[in-house]
Write a protein that binds this ligand. Structure first.
Ligand code: SF4
Length: 304
């Protein structure tokens, strides 16, 4: 032992350890960067595919990007900015945030961010907070009315600024949650489509994040250190039904990998003849269809 200690140089040992540490830190940083690049590429690819699949954006479109200050809308804006630089079509972006006058809303955060990113923007000031507080009975969740009022104001504003498309930051999990909520509580098989014409026919709404996983968006938002504004400034109770469905999906995703992917694929791959909606499929006309098929076969046999 003594023999070894004779050769022990504390200074060189310390510098060796420091070199190893810095090497491992560099390795760690490089790995991190590589993972981030992969994540960013995946999100860009998914947004690009959704835009192409549903023809969300056309040449000359003016896309109003609705920014709430949450992780999803910041990610959507970044993705659209990046696609705008490389897309084969020319389109413009205008970011819009609604200041709903909740107490404590940090009104400087989004303007500062958007100025720095060089994005054209508007802040739409509408005191929906007072309306929501006044109209919602004590103990009831305020989100449904709040979202409806926000949507109405944003749709109207889109017309004012000449926007041809309204982009909302809903992602894959939002779509699946809505599907289950509608089945559980609404008795209807419907969700949030990637592209939608508003009821009055005046606006086309697009959801460029429709193919993106929420977990990817959360990771991206954290890595980008977006200045997130929480959506519960109103002091609202979280939407309990949605939370239950959210937890159910998260649990499935954990214990049954691939299930959410399959469920989302199902939303894009509907077989009306295998469901039971008489408006979507002519069940009463099956006999006529059968007779026409038989007739066709007989004629084919006669020709043959
Ligand atoms: S949490 Fe508050 S601000 Fe957000 S949607 Fe619900 S009511 Fe509106």
């Amino acid at each position: 032992m003594q023999h070894h200690l004779d050769h022990f140089d504390p200074a060189s040992a310390t510098s060796d350890a420091a070199a190893r540490l810095s090497e491992s830190a560099e390795h760690h940083a490089a790995k991190h960067k590589c993972e981030f690049n992969k994540l960013q590429k995946r999100l860009r690819r998914e947004v690009g595919n959704a835009i192409i699949d549903y023809r969300m954006i056309d040449e000359g479109d003016r896309v109003m990007v609705c920014l709430s200050g949450g992780k999803d809308s910041y990610t959507m804006l970044e993705m659209l900015l990046s696609l705008q630089r490389n897309a084969p079509v020319n389109f413009s972006l205008v970011a819009v945030n609604m200041d709903q006058k909740q107490p404590g809303f940090p009104e400087h955060v989004l303007p500062a961010y958007l100025k720095e990113r060089g994005v054209e923007y508007h802040i739409l000031e509408r005191d929906t907070y007072s309306v929501v507080k006044e109209k919602t009975p004590e103990g009831k969740t305020t989100c449904a009315l709040c979202s409806r009022l926000r949507r109405g104001s944003l749709y109207g504003f889109a017309e004012e600024i000449g926007a041809t498309k309204i982009a909302l930051g809903h992602h894959r999990e939002d779509i699946l949650e809505t599907l289950f909520l509608n089945m559980f509580f609404g008795g209807t098989l419907k969700s949030m489509p990637p592209k939608l014409l508003s009821d009055d026919g005046k606006n086309i709404v697009i959801r460029p994040l429709a193919y993106c996983k929420e977990a990817d968006i959360a990771e991206y938002a954290q890595a980008m250190a977006f200045p997130i504004i929480p959506c519960n400034l109103c002091g609202s109770q979280p939407n309990l039904q949605r939370q239950v469905v959210k937890d159910m999906l998260a649990d499935w995703d954990k214990h049954h990998p691939g299930r959410l992917e399959s469920m989302f694929k199902a939303v894009t791959n509907v077989a009306p003849s295998q469901l039971a909606d008489r408006d979507l499929f002519d069940f009463a006309g099956l006999e006529a269809k059968q007779a026409a098929l038989m007739e066709g076969r007989i004629q084919a046999l006669n020709v043959g």
